[in-house]
Design a protein around this ligand. Sequence first.
Ligand code: PGA
Length: 253
Amino acid sequence: MWTLKNKLVVCNWKSEPQSAAEARRIAEEIVSSAGTDDRVVIAPSLAHLSAVREIIGDAPVLLGAQDVMPDLGSVATGEVSARMLKDAGVSHVIIGHSERRRFFHEDDALINEKMRAALAEGLTPILCIGEEERLDPGLAAQACIDQLALDIEGIVSRQFIVAYEPVWAIGGNKQIEPEQAAQTIDGIKKYLATTESESPVPVLYGGSVRCDNILSLVYFDQIDGFLVGSASLHGDAISCIINKTRNPDRETR
Ligand code: PGA
């Protein structure tokens, strides 16, 4: 059962770090910062899933994956199925990240199939959407809704999470105005509410979330959590993000 007040923090390690030893070290820092918090997900590369799972042990931190194959049966060389991920202890899977759309030419039809494969195994997809160029919130929301409509077309389940990630704000120096992120997410949520839905779909924000801007985002009720890329590879930075997300009132804005 989702409690939207407890914002989720998802660590998207992308294609880092380069060794299992380093993955273990960073995971240890995250697990220790999270403490008894069960709203933190670490999504390492496939190569480091089992190392990170070992470090998580009995801690309530959740294990995520960064991609999943559509249901193609057993003849898809190089791919990893939703069932394999589940068996490896994964609960959440990022789908449709803009880097996969860009570098691996994933289109909405493929992403829709991946959503179905993940949901069929009981994994929680974290579906990434976002506009390519900086736009006004209304236009940005519309661009996201256009993507989202195709990505979930014909899918009845609402047991997934959306991550709003403006592509232009990922991994760089450009930052979104927090009000703009909240307004765009509001538009996305209004669209989701018009689709058949028994429970609200949480919507995260991602794109250069860091220790020094988390407080400007965390107060917006529209934002149900964060998808954090590069900052999640640095113990100090991700620990700061987790702490400020959990205890924002102790800080001044
Ligand atoms: P970033 O990445 O935090 O490094 O901008 C976010 C993401 O791509 O998920």
